[in-house]
Design a protein around this ligand. Structure first.
Ligand SMILES: Nc1ncnc2c1ncn2[C@@H]1O[C@H](COP(=O)(O)OP(=O)(O)OP(=O)(O)O)[C@@H](O)[C@H]1O
Length: 455
């Protein structure tokens, strides 16, 4: 067994990353780190009785991305491992949420991993961040002015499902392993692009620090990050205890008692804000120190009114309490053209996944259509008064209103449930109904699957 595999096995044990018999989704971009991770986990598969799955997310931001997805797909096939792929409307999402392409890609990618883990009943998602990533990330965040949470860098595990078995292994050790084992990988040219601050940290700042200040600067940064991470974890536990005492969660809202908060030291209070936001589903990736400071200024009375938080949440001061809550965006009717397979972002935070598979393998809650008959373009739209569908075995057409009622859909669900139309005729509603002639005849037939989820 190679040195690297033994080292990772020790880390898996030390940080309790995996238990025997777990079902693991390996996030493989096709780059050197994730290909090494895949091989390390393959080597430990038998001993740890792991069930491995491979997932790849095609961000569609570079023209080579399809090739990379195919590389990972073929590799999974060669290894005989299940492979799950999604393609992403990253640009659209970034524009809509007013965030960078990098941040949008990250958010959608992590959401995809979580969704796949849930759908396939997997307990862990293994990511291939390594020690050099950790050092670079810490420096980068320092430059950008992060708080303590940022300086803790990249955690070795998060949220009970994400694990990073290679986090304490250097890029050099990984390269050495790949070469000795003859493992192929694809290079991501954007890793060299000096327009990205992260790449300038990797290619300019770290070598400069190594040359002129400290040969082992990466090791030092790693050590600092691990120490801060331990302290962060401790602070997190304390904050949760305090939240139990002084806070109350209510569906999409969190209430914090002002009297409870002012008796807590500022450093802990900041962490309490963060834990409260996490509890109601605010995307923590996007919460900046400035948001936390704004919340603090609500408490001290320096700011009044609503403070906008990421993901459509607000914070405001009410008598005797701070309130964090989701502001409901009004539901919008929609009509979109579906021109091919992929992911589509519809209004009202609906994500649509359109793909081909064998009819027998399609999930039950999706619309599964005969691929030949349901050719593109299709229209996906929201409900209109008088909508009807021609169902098998019925002489006339059935009102959608009746179908909604039979499935006990709420008023809001009825307004935005996606309805699929071809040539002016309704051909189905995911999970609810399919028009006559559009259902595949047998399980082996090629089917077009339309699945959707509300964010
Ligand atoms: N397109 C992808 N498909 C599948 N997994 C990916 C993809 N991109 C990244 N990953 C996984 O995430 C790890 C980190 O990737 P990378 O360093 O590019 O991301 P990052 O943006 O720097 O970090 P983070 O994921 O924390 O935002 C990879 O080693 C791999 O395990």
């Amino acid at each position: 067994m190679s040195k690297l595999i033994r080292k990772v096995r020790r880390h898996i044990e030390k940080f309790a990353l995996l238990s025997n018999g777990e079902r693991v989704l390996v996030a493989v971009s096709g780059g050197p780190d994730s290909m090494a991770l895949l091989h390390v986990l393959l080597a430990l598969k038998e001993e740890l009785e792991l069930d491995l799955y491979i997932a790849h997310y095609d961000h569609r931001l570079r023209k080579e991305s399809v090739k990379e997805a195919l590389f990972v797909k073929d590799y999974a096939k060669k290894l005989g491992l299940p492979f799950i792929l999604a393609a992403a409307p990253v640009k659209l999402y970034a524009r809509r949420e007013k965030i960078s392409l990098e941040a949008a890609g990250r958010e959608l990618r992590y959401r995809f991993f979580e969704r796949v883990a849930e759908e396939y009943g997997l307990n862990k998602v293994a990511l291939a961040h390594q020690a050099d990533d950790l050092a670079e990330e810490v420096l980068l965040r320092f430059i950008r002015g992060a708080g303590r949470r940022g300086l803790a860098g990249i955690p070795v595990k998060r949220g009970g499902i994400f694990i990073r078995p290679l986090l304490l292994v250097s890029r050099e050790e990984i390269d050495d392993f790949l070469q000795k084992e003859g493992i192929p990988y694809v290079e991501d040219p954007s890793n060299e692009d000096p327009r990205f601050l992260r790449n300038r940290v990797r290619h300019l700042l770290i070598p400069f620090l190594e040359k002129h200040f400290h040969k082992n600067v990466k090791e030092c940064l790693k050590r600092t990050a691990l120490l801060v991470a331990e302290e962060e974890e401790f602070l997190g536990c304390l904050a949760l205890q305090k939240l139990e005492k002084h806070g109350r969660k209510e569906a999409d809202a969190f209430h914090l008692s002002v009297r409870g908060l002012i008796n807590v030291p500022l450093v802990l209070r900041r962490r309490m804000y963060l834990e409260a936001l996490k509890a109601i589903g605010v995307p923590l990736f996007r919460v900046r120190l400035s948001h936390i400071e704004q919340i603090e200024s609500l408490l001290t009375g320096k700011t009044r009114g609503n403070i906008n938080l990421p993901g459509g949440f607000i914070a405001r001061r009410e008598p005797g309490r701070l309130v964090f809550k989701k502001v409901e965006a009004p539901l919008k009717p929609f009509r979109e053209e579906i021109t091919g397979t992929g992911e589509y972002l519809l209004p009202n935070n609906i994500t649509l996944r359109v793909y081909y598979t064998r009819a027998g393998e399609a999930p039950k809650n999706a619309l599964v259509l005969d691929a030949q008959k349901a050719s593109f373009p299709l229209i996906v739209r929201s409900h209109l008064p008088g909508d009807r569908i021609r169902l098998l075995g019925l002489s006339g057409r059935k009102k959608l209103k009746k179908i909604f009622w039979e499935h006990k859909l709420t008023h809001d669900e009825r307004r935005i449930w996606p309805i699929v139309e071809k040539d002016g005729e309704i051909i189905g509603l995911p999970g609810l109904a399919i028009a006559e002639n559009y259902a595949p005849k047998d399980a082996n037939q090629k089917a077009l699957v339309i699945e959707f989820s509300f964010a």
